[in-house]
Design a protein around this ligand. Structure first.
Ligand code: VGL
Ligand code: ZN
Length: 239
């Protein structure tokens, strides 16, 4: 073969490698088809976390149609609600001199302080009215202990109080969870990380989630999740 032709073949091969790298991990993987041993965990798609709510996540409402479509492919769905008492320890208003998004030390460690949000029974804490998942089987509420936050749907922020979710999923034969919702860097990430700790395979559906992003918290959450074996997938990866 002449050297010109060899060079152009090399160029094609090199382009192929670059294209592969750019397309990411699942580029040519088979579509994901969740079975009876998989569950979708829809995290905190509540009025508090969308435009007009008390702790709005930028673009939070955009996940609703994406999650509705995804959920049609799941036989098992768990929905979570952030469900705080009035005067909750995670509210800046409960700590003299503190403003939202500052931190304080609670007995279990550093706690980010938030605006008052998702108070039990309020319209603000209700699930978004357009979330349409009639087959959802469990609604798990978290953050209801006044002195303890709970980003994770599995374990409260003290690192030991269980919500019961792991035992529920295990009793139902679930081996793999897909996590989506609000917010990527807090309740979604902590739920996915705890799912790994409890022995489940876990993925976060990136485009079906939105982050708050305090000081790079979204990038940090993805780094922590990748390290823990949480897969990063897109809604377009599903069959
Ligand atoms: C959340 C902050 C405070 C969340 C809940 O759902 O990610 N974030 N409470
Ligand atoms: Zn909260």
């Amino acid at each position: 073969m002449d050297s010109k032709r060899r060079e152009s073949l090399k160029a094609v091969a090199a382009f192929g490698v670059v294209a592969l790298a750019g397309l990411g991990q699942r580029a040519w993987a088979a579509p994901i088809k969740p079975g009876a041993d998989s569950a979708l965990i829809v995290v905190d798609v509540q009025n508090c976390f969308v435009t007009g709510g008390t702790l709005p996540v930028k673009g939070g409402e955009q996940v609703v149609p994406i999650i509705n479509k995804l959920a049609k492919g799941f036989e098992n769905v768990v929905v979570t609600q952030d469900w705080h008492t009035t005067g909750h320890a995670s509210f800046a208003s409960s700590h003299a001199g503190k403003k939202p998004f500052e931190t304080t030390k609670l007995r279990y460690g550093t706690q980010v302080l938030w605006p008052d949000h998702c108070v039990q029974g309020s319209q603000d804490a209700a699930v978004h009215k357009d979330l349409d998942i009639p087959q959802a089987q469990l609604v798990i509420r978290k953050g209801f202990h006044k002195d303890t936050d709970s980003y994770s749907a599995f374990t409260e922020a003290d690192g030991k109080t269980s919500t019961g979710l792991a035992a529920y999923l295990k009793a139902r034969g679930i081996k793999e969870v897909y996590v989506a919702g609000l917010a990527t860097d807090f309740c979604v990430a902590w739920t996915a990380l705890d799912a790994r700790k409890a022995g489940f395979r876990a993925s976060v559906i990136e485009d079906a989630s939105r982050g708050i992003d305090l000081n790079g918290s979204v990038a940090k959450a993805w780094a922590d999740m990748t390290k823990a074996g949480v897969k990063r997938v897109q809604s377009s990866d599903f069959a």
